[in-house]
Design a protein around this ligand. Structure first.
Ligand code: MG
Length: 115
C-alpha cells in the first residue's frame, strides 16, 4: 500500500484500515465481529505490556501500539461509530476533570463518591 499524501489525516488512516478490512473481507468472515475484536485488542494490549516489561525496543513498543490503534479504529468501522467525533467529545470532557494523586500516581477521573 502506498502512503497517502497527508499522513496526518484521520480520514486517510481510516480509509487505509477500511481497505485492509475489504482486502480480507472482514465483514463477511467474522473479522468485524465485536467480541472477536475485543479478544484481538486484549492480545495486542498484552503485546504492549510485554514490550515494556520485557525491556524491548521503543520501536517494538511503537509497533504494538500501532497494532492496537489499527484495531481500535477498525472497531469504529465494524460498530459504525464516528471515533474522531467521540475522541474530541471525550477530550473536552477529560480536560474539564479534576486530578488527584493516588498511591503516588496522578489520576484524572470524575471521583464520584461511592457511598
Ligand atoms: Mg502486535
Amino acid at each position: 500500500m502506498n502512503s497517502p499524501q497527508n499522513q496526518d489525516s484521520y480520514n486517510e488512516m481510516l480509509s487505509a484500515i477500511q481497505a485492509f478490512h475489504d482486502k480480507h473481507d472482514f465483514k463477511g468472515t467474522g473479522g468485524e465481529d465485536l467480541p472477536y475484536r475485543v479478544a484481538l485488542m486484549a492480545e495486542e494490549l498484552g503485546e504492549i505490556s510485554s514490550a515494556i516489561t520485557k525491556g524491548k525496543s521503543n520501536q517494538q513498543l511503537a509497533e504494538e501500539c500501532a497494532d492496537l490503534m489499527i484495531l481500535v479504529m477498525g472497531t469504529a468501522i465494524a460498530a459504525n461509530f464516528d471515533l474522531k467525533q467521540s475522541f474530541w467529545k471525550k477530550m473536552d470532557k477529560l480536560m474539564k476533570r479534576e486530578s488527584k494523586m493516588i498511591n503516588g500516581k496522578i489520576r484524572v477521573s470524575e471521583f464520584r463518591d461511592v457511598n
